[in-house]
Design a binder for this molecule. Sequence first.
Ligand SMILES: CC(=O)N[C@H](C=O)[C@@H](O)[C@H](O)[C@H](O)COP(=O)(O)O
Length: 232
Amino acid sequence: MTPPPPSPPTASPAEALRGRLIVSCQAPPGDPMRDTGTLVRMALAARSGGAAAVRVNDPEVVAATVAAVDCPVIGLWKDGDTGVFITPTVRHALALVEAGAAVVAADATARPRPDGSTFADLALAVHRAGAQVMADVSTLGEGRAAADQGADLVGTTLSGYVPGSPVQTGPDLALVTDLAGALDVPVIAEGRVATPEQAARALAAGAHSVVVGTAITAPTALTRLFVAGLTS
Ligand SMILES: CC(=O)N[C@H](C=O)[C@@H](O)[C@H](O)[C@H](O)COP(=O)(O)O
């Protein structure tokens, strides 16, 4: 039987995030905003606007952001675009801790990981390295499993983005409600939160914090929406 994961050695950043906004400062491959200095500026702007934390992709960007902002940095490392690609291996996770991430976000769906490890292996390694873990899930079952395997935070990040998870236009508030009712760890609403009203509804549904990305930090995607609005 696998022994239970040890408690993380650092104090939880969860208290600092309660009822607060986390801004995801990312840009997809090929996007003009995908530049370390630009992404750090986005993080600084988010912090100026009142964000309690930022969520940042890639160890290099994490390190630059940690050096620039005075709030927790949630780091992830997207590697590829199929299967498990958000912080897919223990190696990716430890590189983010090395870069200074207070929290490592990782895919915690029930799909095989490319290094044959489990989410529990990743959580244990991150805790031993002195950071915390945010589990990106798509279902209640994945959230329960992630919490059992040591996740410090569970986010709805992957709802609508993995095979079998219905595509939705808005945030998955039903999943927020289900996770918040079932788990002892904080639940983070993430994915398709597009308005302040939706963010408030996510908190009302039981979320501990809300992550907003595209609606704040993605001018290319937002421009496309307006362009489509003019041409449809
Ligand atoms: C599914 C996936 O890969 N989500 C990523 C996770 O880090 C990001 O691309 C999203 O922008 C982030 O989750 C915030 O969501 P939204 O941009 O919808 O506010």
